[in-house]
Design a protein around this ligand. Structure first.
Ligand code: SF4
Ligand code: SF4
Length: 474
């Protein structure tokens, strides 16, 4: 098996974070540098995997490694198992056990004393690591629905991300994960958008909004100091959906917002969440926080993206070891504030088609944001219909966990999407709204595959449609 780094300035060569080093010393742990200096026989990935596992295990991980009582209650939470109910390898507990048995064999006392009793073992070599790769990357979208339904509090999503991180460090990853990680390390954004493309797209959208409103004062500012809002976006918006930037710019203009995008540090998405690479996570999140510091912005606003929200709002501060000194919120929360403060006027009759809402796993289950989008949609749509189950119990769009970048797992992903297709069909809606660019692509795949009569929209688009422009009746 070919051995690789995760990026040119990536895991192995990343600049050392002095605070992380200092903290490691204080805690009496081996420093990150010590980890790197440890030598192994060339190609001995299994030994390196075990070494990393021993060094990186944390208390929450150890709890999830040991607390499972194998009751099986999590099975029906998982869309993979629902699609293949006769296949025990699709249950969350079986998937987690493939990680757990390694921990038990090499770390936990039970497996070291009586490995046959607790089914401890592995990995023997590259073949086992490759098999583990196909489980943690290919048969789990890290949606954490099973976690939410486990009476023992076992976080299978956390275990999956941990195993992904160890494999990523060894380079035992799907090609797509390697490529996207490399792009984000090299260019600061996961779609390798150049600065020129970024700036030209923003100018193009600014001109579109000026033409639409007939107002030359509309601007999409870049690197403007001392603003109330630093707006951060998903590179997909520059590459495939620039209208979402235009919708935001139009709404910010009408609300009289003081805002800017940064020239560097604008990508709020973070592939470190999917690959399990906390160092990539820290690097990307720090870019955003430092942009806010550099420009003196008073609030960070994250455009509609599930894993970007979870990474920038929650996990990034921990990965980057940065104290949160300013509010960090989803643009949907910003929109709700405008509506409640009367800063924008809307007419729900402008969105007459039946609309349902898909809760993104990283926003609802792992981000604690469930009612705000509903309060916005209640004001801007004439016919809103809940999907069932919903909120924190919603099923994944099936493209979560970075799976959209892993073409080799697409057939299984779409097979596992049957429950999502059933959920969508039962609403009778014509539009499915989601506040996540990743879910837009995931749901679009499901809609095409299962031939559903739906179109995917986002909250910004529906709010933009519903706007009543000052001085205009229509
Ligand atoms: S992970 Fe939780 S729900 Fe699933 S088998 Fe283990 S204890 Fe039961
Ligand atoms: S995290 Fe989601 S996809 Fe993974 S095992 Fe649990 S329910 Fe299934």
């Amino acid at each position: 098996m070919k051995r690789r780094k995760t990026g040119p300035s990536g895991v192995v060569d990343a600049p050392l974070d002095t605070r992380t080093q200092a903290r490691a010393k204080e805690e009496g742990r081996a420093s990150v540098r010590d980890e790197r200096l440890k030598t192994f026989e060339p190609g001995d990935n299994a030994a390196r995997f075990l070494d990393l596992l021993g060094r990186r295990i944390s208390r929450p991980l150890a709890v999830s490694m040991t607390a499972c009582v194998h009751c099986g209650l999590c099975a029906e939470s998982c869309h993979y198992f629902l699609a293949r109910p006769d296949d025990p390898t699709m249950t969350p507990v079986w998937k987690a056990d493939q990680i757990r048995k390694i921990f038990k064999r090499h770390v936990d006392w039970t497996g070291r004393i009586a490995p046959w009793w607790v089914k401890a073992g592995g990995p023997a070599g590259d073949e086992d690591l490759n098999r583990l790769k196909n489980i943690v990357f290919g048969a789990c979208s890290a949606c954490r629905r099973c976690t939410y339904n486990c009476p023992m509090g076992v976080d299978t999503g956390l275990l999956v991300r941990f195993a992904r991180g160890l494999l990523t460090e060894l380079g035992v990853v799907p090609e797509g994960v390697f490529n996207v990680s490399r792009d984000q390390w090299e260019t600061g954004n996961q779609m390798a958008v150049s600065e020129l493309d970024y700036l030209e797209t923003l100018e193009w959208m600014r001109d579109e909004v000026r033409a639409e409103l007939g107002d030359e004062s509309v601007d999409i500012p870049v690197d403007k100091p001392d603003c109330d809002i630093l707006y951060t976006i998903n590179p997909r918006e520059i590459k495939f959906d620039p209208r979402s930037i235009a919708h935001a710019a139009k709404i910010f203009h009408l609300a009289g917002e003081s805002w800017t995008l940064p020239k560097w540090g604008w990508d709020q998405t973070n592939f470190g969440l999917f690959s399990g690479d906390d160092r990539l996570g820290a690097y990307v999140a720090r870019n955003v926080y430092e942009a806010a510091d550099r420009l003196g912005a008073r609030r960070i606003v994250i455009s509609e993206c599930g894993h970007g929200y979870r990474s920038t709002r929650w996990e990034g501060y921990t990965w980057a070891d940065v104290p949160q000194t300013r509010p960090t919120e989803s643009v949907v929360v910003t929109l709700l504030r405008y509506l409640e403060q009367g800063r924008i006027a809307v007419d729900p009759a402008r969105n007459p088609d039946p609309v349902t809402f898909h809760d993104s796993c990283n926003i609802a289950r792992s981000g604690d944001l469930v009612e705000e989008p509903r309060r916005v949609l209640a004001r801007v749509c004439a016919d809103f219909r809940e999907m069932h189950p919903n909120r924190r119990e919603n099923f994944c769009c099936t493209g979560g966990g970075g799976l959209l970048s892993m073409a080799e797992y697409r057939p299984l992903r779409l097979e596992a999407a049957k429950i999502k297709a059933d959920q969508l069909r039962a609403t009778g809606a014509k539009l499915v709204c989601t506040m996540c660019h990743n879910c837009v692509d995931g749901l679009t795949d499901v809609i095409k595959h299962y031939k559903l009569p739906l179109r995917v929209v986002q909250v910004l688009e529906l709010v933009s449609n519903a706007l009543v422009l000052p001085g205009r009746a229509t």
